[in-house]
Design a protein around this ligand. Structure first.
Ligand code: AMP
Length: 234
C-alpha cells in the first residue's frame, strides 16, 4: 500500500522544505494545494481570479475548489503522497479520508511541524524561492551563495510570494488557528498524529520526519512500502 502522509503546520513551518526532502529520500509525490492554487490563479480564468483574491487577502480558498483540485491529482497514484498544506479544514480532512478510502488507501501518518508565531513572521518575511527548481531561501538565514542565482539549478528566477507580507501573514495565521488547528485533535483522535520541533535545523527536522515514517511503517510494513527498512511483522 502507498505510504501517504500529511504535513501539518502554520505558514512558514517548513512543510514545503520537508516535502522536498521526502521526495529526494523516498521518491514520494508532493501534493501542495498552495502550488496548485498558484497555478490556477496564473491561468487567468474566472475561478483563477477568485482564487487570487482570496489568496492575496491571506484567506483560505473555498473547500469546494481545493477538494476538486486534490480529487483530480489523486488518480495519478505512485509510491505515496505527501499532502502539503492540505487538508486545512475539517471538511477537507473528511473529504480526503473518503477519497482515499474509495481507492483502498489511507493516511499512514500526520506530522505536525511546530513553530512559534514570532519565528514564523521572521521566516516568512525573508523567504524567497527559485522559480526554476523550487528551492527555498531566506535573506538572513539561507541566502544564495551568489546573489541572484539559485545554488541548486543556477536559475536567476528568484521569486517572492505576493502573500508573504506581514499583513497577509496575520490573516493566514488567524485562518490557521481558527480553521486548521482543530485538525490536530481530529488526527490525534485517530492515533495518527506525530509532532516534530520545527525550530530545529532542516536536517534535524528531516531526520525526525524520517524516524516517524520508519517507526510507523515498521508496524504495517509490506515489501513495496516507501522507506520500509524492516521485515513485515510475522
Ligand atoms: P501555502 O502555499 O500552502 O502557504 O498556501 C498559500 C495560500 O493558498 C493559502 O494562504 C490559502 O489562501 C491557499 N490555500 C492553500 N492550500 C489551501 C487549502 N488546503 N485550503 C484552502 N486554501 C488553501
Amino acid at each position: 500500500m502507498p505510504t501517504n502522509i500529511i504535513l501539518l503546520g502554520p505558514p512558514g513551518a517548513g512543510k514545503g522544505t520537508q516535502a522536498r526532502k521526502l521526495i529526494e529520500d523516498h521518491g514520494m509525490v508532493q501534493l501542495s494545494t498552495g502550488d496548485m492554487l498558484r497555478e490556477a490563479r496564473a491561468s487567468g480564468t474566472k475561478t483563477g481570479q477568485r482564487v487570487a483574491e482570496m489568496m492575496d487577502r491571506g484567506e483560505l480558498v473555498t473547500d469546494e475548489i481545493v477538494i476538486n483540485l486534490i480529487r483530480e491529482r489523486l488518480t495519478v497514484g505512485g509510491p505515496g503522497f505527501i499532502f502539503d498544506g492540505f487538508p486545512r479544514t475539517l471538511a477537507q480532512a473528511d473529504a480526503l479520508g473518503s477519497l482515499l478510502e474509495e481507492q483502498g488507501q489511507a493516511i499512514a501518518a500526520v506530522i505536525e511541524i511546530k513553530v512559534d508565531d514570532t519565528q514564523l513572521v521572521a521566516r516568512i518575511s525573508g523567504r524567497f524561492t527559485c522559480g526554476g527548481c523550487g528551492e527555498v531561501y531566506h535573506d538572513r538565514t539561507r541566502p544564495t551563495q551568489t546573489v541572484g542565482t539559485c545554488d541548486v539549478c543556477g536559475s536567476d528566477r528568484l521569486l517572492r510570494r505576493a502573500d508573504d507580507n506581514a499583513e497577509s501573514l496575520k490573516v493566514r495565521l488567524l485562518e490557521y488557528y481558527k480553521k486548521t488547528s482543530p485538525l490536530i485533535g481530529y488526527f490525534w483522535r485517530d492515533g495518527n498524529l506525530h509532532r516534530v520541533d520545527g525550530l530545529a535545523s532542516i536536517e534535524t527536522v528531516s531526520s525526525e520526519v524520517n524516524r516517524v515514517m520508519r517507526d510507523h511503517i515498521s508496524t504495517r510494513c509490506s515489501h513495496d512500502d516507501v522507506g520500509c527498512a524492516s521485515a513485515p511483522p510475522a
